[in-house]
Design a protein around this ligand. Structure first.
Ligand SMILES: Cc1cc2nc3c(=O)[nH]c(=O)nc-3n(C[C@H](O)[C@H](O)[C@H](O)COP(=O)(O)O)c2cc1C
Length: 431
């Protein structure tokens, strides 16, 4: 059989160039200063280096880059790092990255309502500040600065038991704020009761009981960096501090770092990092402790560190009002699943009434949307605000919140959603 292949008709010659008289006429003029001035946009340079750096940061990742420059290596690694091989740290981020969004257009989204409610209390967006210990080590303004930013932005703030400011300090810094207290239940019942009484007297509304710390996990970076809390002066740490003169000057000229809520409670004296680990990591913690807490705390209780439906159900049956689905940001047991991947089953187990908050790996406003779509009432952030704090103190935390709010609001609009309440399961696809 003969096959005839016909070639497509391709012009063999280029079209003739237009003749001089056919060319488009361009009208020219002398450059006018009045028009140039509009284009030039000469702005006064920002002289304050902190403001310049923060203004240039467009994402939480940018704040992290600034933080790595402004904070001694050992301190930055303490925040940034995680347990063992850091597998869970990566899984958390990978799970968020794997979510697809399914937009739903043609509804008004001109002024999206970002607010939501947690425990019947309205908050500005589904975002809560997670408890982080030793915060004044990251930046001398510490917990008080973070609590002030939270209050200003209408968001709850959680103070850690191993915070470097007391419940009273935080209440004084953010009297209008919705302040929560994270509890490490210790063997010392008198100490537990005293911490709760002080938190209650200081107006704290919710207690977050952390349960994923039966023992301390190993953070290899901290061991290699020789990190102690407060940082001790070795040739290596001194070198790190010399790289960050502003951090060092602030550290030397402000009050020493202590475990403020615990100091004075423990035998009336200061408490160092070794003793604090003995006190707060409690291998015998069990549901009876939670029942004790229920009997001794009149307001809401969340159990933080839950990763299974069974654990979540038993926590609520024992008296908790909800759970924080958390793997401690990958800082405790490595190889735990990404929190986003276990969230739907936990929500299903608890039903719509229990409060379910998710943390670990939230670094972008879109992560908040993904978590809400998969069943969370709100998310907590840890490192995201600590990067801001290390990059620029209170102003840096403000910047972190404004970045996340902008990303969240814009992404809601791009999804075609006019409010947090409009986010539904159908708006995301997960592998
Ligand atoms: C530096 C640092 C200190 C932390 N300290 C505490 C703490 O004292 N108590 C606690 O329950 N969780 C603590 N966490 C865990 C956070 O509350 C939260 O679960 C975690 O940071 C969420 O992950 P993310 O950092 O990726 O947002 C800490 C986290 C970091 C980064």
């Amino acid at each position: 059989m003969t096959v005839t292949v016909t070639q497509p008709q391709v012009p063999t010659t280029a079209p003739a160039a237009p003749q001089a008289h056919e060319r488009l006429r361009v009208t020219r003029q002398r450059p006018r200063w009045s028009e140039l001035r509009e284009l030039l946009q000469l702005r006064r340079p920002t002289l304050n280096p902190v403001e310049r750096r923060l203004g240039a940061a467009l994402s939480i990742g940018d704040l992290r880059t600034v933080a790595a420059r402004t904070t001694p290596r050992a301190v930055f690694d303490y925040v940034d790092g995680a347990a063992d091989a850091e597998l869970t740290l990566r899984r958390n981020r990978d799970a968020f990255a794997a979510v697809d969004f399914v937009p739903d257009y043609l509804s008004p989204v001109d002024d999206p309502d970002l607010s939501t409610s947690v425990f019947g209390h309205e908050i500005a967006m589904p975002l809560i500040f997670a408890p982080t210990g030793y915060t004044r080590m990251m930046h001398h303004e510490g917990e008080a600065a973070v609590a002030r930013v939270a209050a200003r932005n209408g968001l709850p703030y959680t103070l850690s038991t191993v915070g470097t400011s007391t419940v009273e300090d935080v209440a004084a810094a953010a009297p209008e704020g919705e302040n929560w207290f994270q509890l490490y239940l210790t063997r010392d019942e008198r100490l537990n009761k005293e911490l709760l009484d002080r938190a209650l007297a200081a107006g704290f509304t919710t207690v977050v009981l952390t349960v994923d710390t039966p023992v301390a996990a190993r953070h290899l970076k901290d061991i290699r960096n020789g990190l102690t809390i407060p940082p001790s002066l070795t040739p290596r740490t001194l070198l790190g501090m010399a790289r960050c003169p502003s951090w060092t000057l602030n550290k030397l000229t402000t009050s020493p770092i202590t475990f403020a809520s615990l100091s004075g409670t423990m035998d009336g004296g200061a408490i160092d990092a070794v003793r604090v680990a003995d006190v707060v990591f409690e291998p015998t913690l069990n549901y009876e402790h939670l029942a004790w807490l229920r009997a001794n705390w009149p307001h809401h209780i969340l159990v933080k560190g839950v990763l299974s439906p069974n654990n979540a159900r038993r926590a609520v049956e024992t008296g908790a009002d909800g759970v924080v689905v958390s793997n401690h940001g990958g800082r405790q047991l490595d190889r735990t699943p990404a929190t986003l991947s276990v969230l739907p089953a936990i929500r299903e187990e608890l039903g719509p009434d229990a409060t379910v908050i998710l943390d670990s790996g939230v670094m972008h406003g879109q992560d908040i949307i993904a978590a809400v779509a998969l069943g969370a009432d709100a998310v907590m952030i840890g490192r995201a605000y600590l990067y801001g704090l290390m990059a620029g103190g209170e102003r840096g935390v403000d910047r972190a919140v404004s970045i996340l709010r902008e990303e969240y609001g814009r992404s809601l609009q791009l999804l075609g959603l006019g409010s947090t309440a409009a986010i539904e399961r159908q708006h995301v696809r997960v592998p």
